[in-house]
Design a protein around this ligand. Sequence first.
Ligand code: HXC
Ligand code: NAP
Length: 293
Amino acid sequence: MDFKKKMLRDDALEGKTIIVTGGGSGLGMSMTRYFLELGANVVITSRNLEKLKASAKTLEEETGGKCLPVQCDVRHYDEVEHMIEQAHTAFGEVDVLLNNAAGNFISPTERLSANAFDTIIDIVLKGSKNCTLALGKYWIDKKQTNKTVLSIVTTYAWTGSGYVVPSATAKAGVLAMTRSLAVEWAKYGIRFNAIAPGPFPTKGAWDRLLPGDLKEKFDLAKKVPLKRVGDHQELANLAAYLVSDFAHYLNGEVITIDGGEWLKGAGQFNLLEMVTPEMWDQLEEMIRSQKKK
Ligand code: HXC
Ligand code: NAP
């Protein structure tokens, strides 16, 4: 089985222009690479222009596509508007927004300053809102249709999670915005969906969520029923499908891609996978014997 295989036909995103926030690293860069391979023009944005330029150069060399690096801190609405202007100047109409930029770190919540909490909310929730509102208003004003917004959330957007509370709070907000606007702005020809990835190794996430030897002590693959972490191409395949016209009837959905991880934590008896066949023999006997009493 080859889950690293590319899924869509080569021209699946031909003629589309896509903005990927946080597109210069990690999952954003992997999704951008596949979008370029499928014929899209991509604008990648983040705070660090040097990093973006280097990533855009690598991606263009690898794919032969057009990738424009634009510095933009998504926390600031004026910077977002300016970034969108630059995308229009370079490529004309923008078709897709991928809200991927994020900030996160593990911490007991009582240790967080008000500013630390705000920092994560501002990048994840306010940043996604800024990009969505600025581009959405433009699309509506110019009567441009067949547009789509895809947001990367997490499975704890609906379960919540200790030790990443600002991120959980913000991702829940992004999911609520996705579902709300999927209905409200469908009349303008704009679709909204989200992806909730399980663990996909990236430097950005691993350094902040599994610092030091936590990486060895806390093997995330063990928490996944399929006993592995995700491969970037699997996520890129899903993202490319969701932003393509093949997914035109998909609106307001959040698709989990986590090998069953969050459900394993939710099912009350899933821990019983630790029980050996011999122990099951004993347990079955004990349960059946209850009937005889
Ligand atoms: C407590 C901390 C802290 C920590 C920072 N702060 N790190 N508090 N514990 N480990 C506090 C600071 O003291 C400061 O508060 C406030 O947070 C802002 O910190 P700055 O360093 O000034 O902010 P900034 O330079 O904007 O950097 C933002 C950042 C950083 C989020 C802190 O980590 C970053 O740039 N992250 C971007 C990439 C990223 O996080 N990627 C991972 C996404 S992974 P005071 O009060 O002192 O001013 C992800 C995965 C989800 O989302 C699910 C996985 C399964
Ligand atoms: P990453 O490489 O650290 O990606 C985060 C990106 O966001 C970086 O490129 C960063 O660039 C950018 N960014 C941060 N603050 C920004 C700001 N204020 N303005 C603009 N850009 C900003 O981590 P990743 O793992 O690929 O994460 C990508 C997405 O997947 C995130 O939404 C994350 O929550 C989600 N996710 C990841 C996992 C996982 O296992 N990796 C699991 C679930 C969800 P700069 O620092 O240069 O600004």
